[in-house]
Design a protein around this ligand. Sequence first.
Ligand SMILES: Nc1ncnc2c1ncn2[C@@H]1O[C@H](COP(=O)(O)OP(=O)(O)O)[C@@H](O)[C@H]1O
Ligand SMILES: [Mg+2]
Length: 226
Amino acid sequence: MTDNFLNIYALSKSYTDNNEKINVLSDLNLTLADNSIASLLGPSGSGKSTLLHLLALLDKPNSGAIKFNNTDLTSLSDFEMTIYRRNEISIIYQNNNLISDLTALENVAIANICKTNDKKNANILAKKLLVDFGLESRVNHFPYQMSGGEQQRVAIARAVINEPKLIFADEPTGSLDQKNADLVLDYLFQLRKKNRLIVIATHNRDLANKTDLRLTLSDGNVKVDS
Ligand SMILES: Nc1ncnc2c1ncn2[C@@H]1O[C@H](COP(=O)(O)OP(=O)(O)O)[C@@H](O)[C@H]1O
Ligand SMILES: [Mg+2]
């Protein structure tokens, strides 16, 4: 376990809407180790998605730094950030954002084809992941032919095909019934390993109790309990 896998220093983010400034994160400091799963809690509007988007390099902070394995991600050029994001980071959303006219296999493989340009190998990897995720009989189905829980498992397979070191899930079970939510979480928990950190934003206390640590956002800052 590496204690300084992901370091967040004095991270601040505000939005300005109609000349009104909203401070969402203020001077937030946090260190997270690898080989762990953290839940990210806090009421709606407390900044969970904002924090995950900053960590996934989809948005930029007003100030502060995010260091990953001692590389300062916030100082990378836009091009370097794109490469970093593609190789090391995945984000999973509540609504899985699958491409509707691609099959399950194609939806998973495409992420790897973008990285390697090797369609044959991407298809082999995608098939294996779908089988591992209990979706062998859904490989050639389109999203509309699958249940919400199955679609979400396809989205997780897509998120891990490039072996990311950081996986962020933003309320990944928010639109699922309990049975499907439990299945999806089981698969997320199976992704824990050395050299990887998983952060799951959620409102679900039962889920939070199963994670290695709980991060609670309020008033722009974070409280950690393990
Ligand atoms: N792009 C944006 N422009 C303006 N305000 C935003 C934007 N994104 C989020 N906010 C505001 O920032 C706060 C935190 O939002 P968010 O990170 O989505 O919270 P959570 O995910 O915990 O519900 C909210 O007050 C929200 O309205
Ligand atoms: Mg949110």
